[in-house]
Design a binder for this molecule. Structure first.
Ligand code: AKB
Length: 314
C-alpha cells in the first residue's frame, strides 16, 4: 500500500468517530489523524485539536504530517443550522475553503466532502430523485452543501484536486449519537426502545425520508475513495440511497421486537425541513461508476441496532 496520512476533521462527530476507526483498520493507527474542536473522549490514536476555520493551524497539521488525504466532516447540520443561519454559512463554507486551499497548496492527493439530501428542495421530484434534478435547498445547511459540492467540482476542474463527495441520507448507527440534524429521530428512537421508554417524535408519522445504516455509510465512503480516478464521473456529489421509511414504519418494525414500545407525535420546525427533502434518491450513477450497493434494509438495521444497543445498555 502507498504511504497514506489521513486527516479527519469533525472526528468526534456521529460519522467521524466511526470513520476514524474504519480508517485505522484499513491504513493502520499511525496513518490516521483525528481532529476536532474539542478533545474526543477515550480516543486512542493520533489526535489534534483543530478549529478548521483557522487556516494556519490546518496548514501546520497538514504540512508537519505530510497529509495525503483529508476527510472534511466538520459542519453544522440542518436543524441546528436554522438557529443561526449566517454563522452556519460562515462555518460550513470557511472550513471547506480552508480545506480546499490548503489541499492545493500542500498537494494533498484526495479530499472527501460529505454532501446531503438537504441539497434538494421542493422543486425536485419527491421519489427516486435523480442525480441531476433541480437543487433549491430550503435550509442554510442545504445551501452550504449545494454550494460546497460545486466548489469541490471547481477545485477539481481548475486545480486538478481529487475531491470526491456523497449526498448522505440520514445516517443511523449504534456507535455514536447524531447532533443537530433532521433525521436524528431515527437514531434516538432505537435508544428509547431498548431503554423501554416512550418516544416523542418531532416529525409526522408519514414523513418518509432516505436513510442509511452506518455500516453501509462507511463502506460507501471507503469504496468511493478507493475507486479509480477515471471511474468518478460525478465531481459534484453522488446520490446515495440506503433505505426509505417513515416514523410510523420504523415504529412498526421496532414493535416486532418490543411490542410495548410507545411513540407519540409532536411535529416541530424539523417537519417543515423534512417536507422539502426527497423521500428516496436515485443512486444509479454511484452503482454504475463504483459499484455501490447497500446491504441493510430497515429490518436488518433494526435487528442489528437493537442487538448492539442492548449490549451497550446492559
Ligand atoms: C441532517 O438531518 O441534517 C443530516 C443530513 C440528512 O444531512 N443527517
Amino acid at each position: 500500500m502507498d504511504y497514506e496520512k489521513i486527516l479527519v476533521t469533525g472526528a468526534g462527530g456521529q460519522l467521524g468517530s466511526v470513520l476514524v476507526e474504519a480508517l485505522k483498520i484499513k491504513f493502520g493507527q499511525d496513518a490516521v489523524i483525528a481532529s476536532d474542536l474539542n478533545p474526543i473522549k477515550n480516543y486512542t490514536g493520533i489526535y489534534e485539536q483543530l478549529d478548521v476555520t483557522d487556516k494556519a493551524r490546518l496548514e501546520q497539521i497538514v504540512k508537519e504530517n505530510k497529509v495525503t488525504q483529508i476527510y472534511h466532516l466538520a459542519a453544522i447540520l440542518s436543524a441546528k443550522g436554522e438557529q443561526n443561519p449566517l454563522l452556519t454559512w460562515d462555518i460550513n463554507m470557511k472550513t471547506l475553503f480552508n480545506v480546499l486551499e490548503v489541499s492545493v497548496e500542500e498537494k494533498v492527493n484526495k479530499v472527501f466532502y460529505p454532501s446531503s439530501i438537504a441539497v434538494y428542495g421542493d422543486m425536485a421530484p419527491k421519489t427516486d430523485t435523480a442525480q441531476t434534478d433541480f437543487l433549491n435547498p430550503s435550509t442554510v445547511y442545504g445551501i452550504s452543501k449545494a454550494s460546497g459540492e460545486n466548489w469541490g467540482q471547481y477545485y477539481f476542474l481548475k486545480y486538478g484536486l481529487d475531491v470526491r463527495s456523497l449526498r448522505y441520507p440520514g445516517v443511523i448507527g449504534y456507535q455514536s449519537l447524531p447532533g443537530g440534524g433532521t433525521t436524528d429521530y431515527a437514531v434516538e428512537i432505537y435508544h428509547k426502545a431498548v431503554k423501554e421508554e416512550a418516544f416523542e417524535c418531532y416529525l409526522k408519522p408519514d414523513a418518509m425520508l432516505p436513510m442509511i445504516y452506518m455500516e453501509d455509510t462507511i463502506r460507501a465512503t471507503l469504496e468511493l475513495m478507493d475507486a479509480p480516478k477515471d471511474a468518478i464521473t460525478v465531481r459534484t456529489s453522488y446520490n446515495l440511497q440506503g433505505m426509505s421509511f417513515t416514523p410510523e414504519q420504523i415504529t412498526a418494525n421496532i414493535k416486532k421486537y418490543y411490542p410495548n414500545f410507545k411513540v407519540s407525535y409532536k411535529p416541530d420546525f424539523r417537519q417543515t425541513i423534512a417536507e422539502n427533502w426527497p423521500s428516496s434518491l436515485n443512486d444509479e450513477q454511484a452503482r454504475q461508476d463504483w459499484g455501490w450497493k447497500p446491504k441493510y434494509d430497515l429490518d436488518a438495521m433494526t435487528r442489528d441496532m437493537l442487538m448492539q444497543l442492548t449490549k451497550q445498555y446492559n
